[in-house]
Design a protein around this ligand. Structure first.
Ligand code: IMP
Ligand code: MG
Length: 185
């Protein structure tokens, strides 16, 4: 029996809570804030979250790659798709699935700061694994903190690009690894 970390009901509750908190946080912003989805992992979380933000926002996305599809980060973050919005003078909310080592999120924050004069940058992640940090990034809005750095799949989180479509989040077990390793491309 898989260890479920966030059920569909728990995801819905977390998304609603974060959406309400961001609505409050952003209520006095004059220019529409930009919600930046970090593809592909954040996609389901992002699409649910933006529907719970009750104000005008601009939606855009970037694509990063650091994991080569396996269980651990390579630490070598690359930008595969740039943001198309001019972020100058705007508040930016970066939405990702997990902040693990923090290297990807640090890369994103540096990219925004180097390329644009954004008003401020907020970090929102479904999961925060604070004990895995290599780069000291702060998560402003988080669905769930994981003290034990388990490898999770489902609701956007993948193992070798699989399992993103599962509607809840669970811990990938060694027998799952063997099963998905055996799948041909
Ligand atoms: P970081 O750069 O180590 O913080 O890793 C961030 C990225 O690695 C996330 O956006 C995910 O795409 C991926 N990642 C980290 N932990 C997990 C996990 O438990 N399951 C699936 N992907 C993960
Ligand atoms: Mg990701």
């Amino acid at each position: 029996m898989a260890e479920i970390v966030l059920s569909q009901e728990e995801i819905a509750a977390a998304v609603k809570r974060i959406g309400a908190a961001l609505t409050e946080e952003l209520k006095d912003e004059k220019k529409p804030p930009v919600f930046l989805c970090v593809m592909k992992g954040a996609m389901p979380f992002y699409s649910d979250l933006i529907k719970c933000v009750e104000r005008d926002i601009i939606c855009d996305y970037v694509q990063l790659s650091s994991y080569e599809g396996g269980l651990s980060t390579t630490g070598n973050v690359r930008l595969q798709r740039e943001c198309q919005t001019d972020l100058t003078g705007r508040t930016v909310v970066i939405v990702d699935d997990v902040v693990d080592s923090g290297l990807s999120m640090q890369f994103m924050v540096n990219y925004i700061n180097e390329k644009y004069a954004a008003k401020r940058v907020l970090v929102c992640a479904l999961f925060d694994k604070p004990n895995s940090r290599i780069s000291d990034v702060k998560v402003d809005y988080c669905g769930k903190i994981l003290e034990e750095p388990k490898f999770l799949v489902g609701y956007g989180l993948d193992y070798k690009q699989l399992l993103r479509n599962v509607p809840y989040v669970y811990v990938l077990e060694p027998e799952d690894v063997a099963k998905y390793d055996a799948i041909e491309d």
